[in-house]
Design a protein around this ligand. Structure first.
Ligand code: SAH
Ligand code: DHB
Ligand code: MG
Length: 224
């Protein structure tokens, strides 16, 4: 019952506040046709990312985990005309699909997708002297999150907003004895957030068409 109701309300919200959106719908259609898993953020969550990026006034965004570029499109649309987004994806096939989806959304000039393990791409970004980014969205492999937090701090400034997807995992995150490596990865990440004095953090629990999960909102408040 709960899931049915969450989906119905998500549809209601999306109908009211998002409506028909050709590029976003085409991105989901092409991702589905290519057999990608449907683990993209929901429309309402995508709009939340978009709103947060606009409130932040983000001109430079870093995303970890591109998949088919659905969240990428939402975030890139929040950028001013000279804004840029870099998205990291380990799977070249996914990156290729995302590039086509992003081009269809007329965002090809604003978005760069880098293929490779996020840890390697992050090191390269640092070596290139990139950053600090105004907003960082962490949504790649969950066991890597604690490591990605360390890199994110190096690519941040006081005022950077870090967002992290999937930090509640149907509530399993509260189970210290969980045997799920994704849950343990998220628990390690959340503990690192809590221990980090340079960060001001909370987690919002979310329900909707993607089930029950959560988003971490993290403000970098001191130099890192
Ligand atoms: N942000 C997307 C969903 C990302 S799903 C959206 O909401 O639309 C997570 C993605 O991270 C997958 O495409 C997966 O291939 C990628 N990924 C997994 N491990 C990775 C790694 N080590 N480095 C970079 N990307 C990784
Ligand atoms: C998974 C990954 C995600 O980024 C997500 O939003 C949902 C599920 C997963 O790997 O299962
Ligand atoms: Mg996710």
């Amino acid at each position: 019952m709960a899931q049915e109701q969450w989906t119905a309300v998500d549809t209601y919200i999306a109908d009211l506040f998002i409506g028909t959106d050709f590029a976003l719908e085409a991105a989901l259609d092409s991702s589905k046709a290519a057999g990608l898993p449907t683990i993209n953020v929901s429309p309402a969550q995508g709009k939340l990312l978009h709103l947060l990026a606009r409130v932040q006034g983000a001109r430079s965004i870093l995303e970890l985990g591109t998949l088919g570029g659905y969240s990428t499109i939402w975030l890139a649309r929040a950028l001013p005309p000279d804004g840029r987004l870099i998205s990291l994806e380990i799977d070249p096939k996914r990156a290729e699909i995302a590039r086509a989806n992003i081009a269809r959304a007329e965002l090809a000039n604003a978005v760069e997708i880098r293929v490779g393990a996020a840890a390697d791409s992050l090191q390269k970004l640092l070596d290139e002297g990139r950053g600090p980014f105004d907003l960082i969205f962490i949504d790649a492999d969950k066991p890597g999150y604690a490591d990605y937090l360390k890199w994110s701090l190096k690519l941040s400034r006081p005022g950077t907003l870090i967002l992290a997807d999937n930090v509640v995992r149907k509530g399993a995150v509260a189970d210290a004895a969980s045997a799920d490596e994704n849950v343990q990865g998220i628990r390690k990440f959340n503990e690192a957030l809590a221990a980090e004095k340079r960060l001001t953090t909370t987690v919002i629990q979310t329900v909707g068409c993607k089930g029950y999960d959560g988003l971490a909102l993290i403000l970098v408040t001191e130099n890192s």
